[in-house]
Design a protein around this ligand. Sequence first.
Ligand code: NDP
Ligand code: OXD
Length: 314
Amino acid sequence: MTIILHVHDWDELDWLKNLSGLMPDRNFLSYSQIENDIQADYAILWKPPTQLFEKIDGLKAIFSLGAGVDHIVNVAGFPKDVPLVRVVDKDLTNRMSEYVVFHCLRYLRQYSLLNQQQTNKIWHKGYQPSANEVRVGVLGLGELGLDAAQKLSVMGFNVLGWSRSEKLIDGVKCFHGPDGLDTMLAQTDILVSLLPLTPQTDGLLDYELFAKLPTNGALGGPYLINVGRGQSQREAGILKALDDGTLAGATLDVFEVEPLPTTSKLWTHPNVTITPHNGADSSPRAICQNIADQIARFEAGLLLENVVSIDRGY
Ligand code: NDP
Ligand code: OXD
């Protein structure tokens, strides 16, 4: 029973230790050790290299080490008939909502202005809007977007949300489809993206979209928080919008190219906050346990959980 592991950017050995501790009877092989074509039952992957699927035959299931699967479905030769399982984990969801709520609160409470005032020893109380004067529009109302939207609503924000299919969520004004997007944008002060990367979301967050956000809201201008995928944004469009006031600020966790090149103007822009794609780092222990449980279920004849719809692409 062979399981192929490939982990890019994280410590593969750490994942290997966790997985083999939970499934000691399996033969784990790191993709880097494979020279010739090989038969394997499962593959556990984070950002696999382009030739990976050419070398492996017989896969019964593929496990993504993340919630997003664009890093797998876009690899040449990805076998569309093999079930692809993604991460859905309460700890990851909580961490993502912390990120979103924290940065929305930072904008609400005018944190960077107060910081500047402190640096210049200025004691000044400006107008402080209440949370319900601030409209937060969440793009994507899936596992992560839904939780973040609900927690923002508990904090008192005026929350809106956008998805592909129609939804009814307590405390969240819901919009869907291409027409719903413009209606939501026209009433959004903080735009949060928790969209997966698909052909439809590729490059969506660009200047033309930011120009649809109102500039007369309670925060004095609209803000962008992107914690979904970097290829959903166009960084040239973000910089242009920041420079001409179409956007008042941006918090970005994900980028078109990661790590963000040191030459990017985003690094030094005064109205940009950058985090290194750690919006919601997953706990390896929890994810490995979930994979071990899923393999046990699958081999007992039960259905795999959190299987990606290949047609939708997420
Ligand atoms: P889900 O698949 O549960 O949710 C995706 C949401 O996006 C759904 O509400 C879906 O609509 C909506 N959506 C997808 N395509 C469109 C579209 N074309 N138009 C409108 N809405 C659309 O994903 P998760 O919530 O679990 O994760 C979201 C993304 O977050 C991941 O794909 C990943 O890229 C990113 N992520 C980032 C992390 C980080 O650390 N920065 C960590 C983890 C994830 P519908 O409900 O109608 O299907
Ligand atoms: C994920 C991520 O998809 O961390 O889980 O980006």
